[in-house]
Design a protein around this ligand. Structure first.
Ligand code: URA
Length: 201
């Protein structure tokens, strides 16, 4: 098989705009493709676009994104150096009155979307992948991956390519409403601190 170079991100992004591989496009405003440098060493992958992301057409620009930005700034990692994307690139929701509340994509919707992430990974070939949440972790590290047992640990996924999984920032936001908030925030920050000295750097 010839080793064909995957299409440029601009080409992928353009094709993804017209994606009809599952039905989520019907109610979503737009495809939320990944963004960041084509030669990024670090790639973050979240679960699926949320309400704010759907409106803006950009990943992690809502409350979860703000928390992520704050932690990255705090640990001295520049988001503009990172490629940020999601497993599922359309917002799925149900209407509660006028509010669009997040609904988890089902297995068929995840499977239909996965080829976009595969192509982003093939094109960028990041050295370090950070998975935000269990869905992203299972997609990147295998369906048997147990987030709560192995969070914050660099795992060699491929030769010279490492992945680390942590909880989703929305989980930290929810915890912050209750008593475990500060503890969860500190653990999330500690997990991301591993970016300061990643393996093979
Ligand atoms: N949650 C995600 O997983 N991704 C986003 O882009 C926003 C919220």
């Amino acid at each position: 098989m010839p080793n064909r170079k995957p299409p440029a991100l601009s080409t992928l992004r353009k094709s993804a705009r017209a994606c009809r591989d599952c039905d989520l496009w019907r109610r979503a405003t737009q495809t939320v493709f990944g963004e960041g440098p084509e030669d990024a060493n670090i790639l973050f992958v979240g679960e699926q676009a949320g309400d704010k992301e759907d409106l803006a057409g950009r990943p992690f620009v809502g409350p979860a994104g703000h928390l992520l930005d704050a932690v990255l700034a705090d640990i001295g990692v520049d988001r503009s150096d990172i490629y940020v994307t999601n497993v599922v690139k359309h917002f799925k929701f149900e209407l509660r009155g006028k509010r669009r509340t997040h609904k988890r994509a089902n297995a068929a919707e995840v499977a239909a979307c996965l080829h976009w992430l595969d192509r982003e990974l093939e094109r960028i070939r990041p050295r370090w992948i950070v998975c935000l949440g269990s869905l992203a972790a299972k997609v990147v590290l295998g369906s048997g991956f147990r987030l709560m047992q192995r969070r914050g640990e660099w795992i060699e996924r491929d030769k010279g390519q490492w992945a680390l999984a942590t909880v989703h920032p929305a989980y930290v936001l929810r915890a912050r409403i209750g008593a475990r908030g500060e503890e969860e925030f500190a653990r999330f920050r500690a997990d991301l601190m591993h970016l300061r000295h990643p393996p093979g750097a």
